[in-house]
Design a protein around this ligand. Sequence first.
Ligand SMILES: CC(=O)SCCNC(=O)CCNC(=O)[C@H](O)C(C)(C)COP(=O)(O)OP(=O)(O)OC[C@H]1O[C@@H](n2cnc3c(N)ncnc32)[C@H](O)[C@@H]1OP(=O)(O)O
Ligand SMILES: N[C@@H](CCO)C(=O)O
Length: 351
Amino acid sequence: MNLQSPYLITDMSQEVFHCEEELQLDSGESLPEFQLSYTTQGHLTAKKDNVIWVLHALTGDANAHEWWSGLVGEDKFFDPTKYFIVCANLLGSCYGSTQPLSENPKTGKPYYYDFPNLSTRDMAKAFDKLREHLGIEKIDTVIGGSLGGQVALEWSYSLQEKVKKTIIVASNAKTSPWTIGFNEAQRMSIESDSTWGQNSPDAGKKGLEAARAIGMLSYRHQDIFETSQKETEEKTDHFKVSSYLRYQGQKLANRFNALSYWVLTKAMDSHDLGRGRGGTAKALSEIKSKVLSIGINTDLLFTKEESQFISKNVPNGTYREISSIYGHDAFLVENEQLNYILKSFYLENNG
Ligand SMILES: CC(=O)SCCNC(=O)CCNC(=O)[C@H](O)C(C)(C)COP(=O)(O)OP(=O)(O)OC[C@H]1O[C@@H](n2cnc3c(N)ncnc32)[C@H](O)[C@@H]1OP(=O)(O)O
Ligand SMILES: N[C@@H](CCO)C(=O)O
């Protein structure tokens, strides 16, 4: 018997939104035009009141049903038979949106190192153009983790009453010096690759491997390494964790490019919801939607205190915590806990 439902096939589309308008950026520069790759799943209700907008983290893409398969998909919490689920690739990312390898319309050649600095505010602004293009007046929920949570918070601030619920997972209102430090060390690794500076899609590839290895140390907690990378025999070299980090570096470098990684980490560094708005606490106090901020007890990168700061300072905030040995990346892994937290939040907030 074939028990497979046709919903995922019939209800999903992957498209590219081309915006011909110039996008003014925080840096003072602009993009003459841009594109965003995005997916939609499900259908808008007649009232257009069932939109869930999912934002991915640093190296994710528009396929939320793949990287958040425990939350998005048929019979999952965000079920396309109930919701219209949108997920777009961040501006600057290399999964179909405008990024440093895209053609600069002014020169007819790839931007490479001329690509402008982006901010989380710019990324939110680009998403808002897509929202308008899709004819979406109101969003039920914006949800994002890590860098995606930072962009979600920025967007929620500017959407005001146009969004009902904002869910920020393992993220913050302003990037900490600690996180900027990790990003800087990663960019130093990329810079030290002798191919960095070349006009090539592979420029900085070995450096990106090292960068990801550094990044992994911030995305995990010591406890998960004690479990998954513990040696079972006496050794003086060739440790499991060494091959693990090298493998993770190669895996990322084979699916991402160093220029895009550079741009996205720079955007993360400059994230500050309160910039030009009287500080983070004041900016948070002006957010209109209900906010669920989810922290992770072992997150060394975006600490749970940073998540608590969000819920404490918005007018209508709730804090919940994931308990995990994973560390920061628990938001991509601990689906059972996330499901439980989301169910309670939606029950308390009228579905
Ligand atoms: C097109 C795209 O792929 S984009 C979307 C995918 N990525 C994203 O969305 C980004 C977010 N996702 C992630 O960051 C990750 O996938 C996570 C956090 C969800 C899970 O991380 P993973 O790397 O799968 O898990 P984990 O840290 O346990 O590592 C497992 C991998 O390391 C390998 N590994 C484990 N220990 C070792 C070791 N000692 N030496 C070498 N390799 C090792 C495993 O064989 C496994 O390999 P595989 O990925 O080829 O199956
Ligand atoms: N694992 C995440 C790290 C940052 O949250 C990613 O690669 O996007």
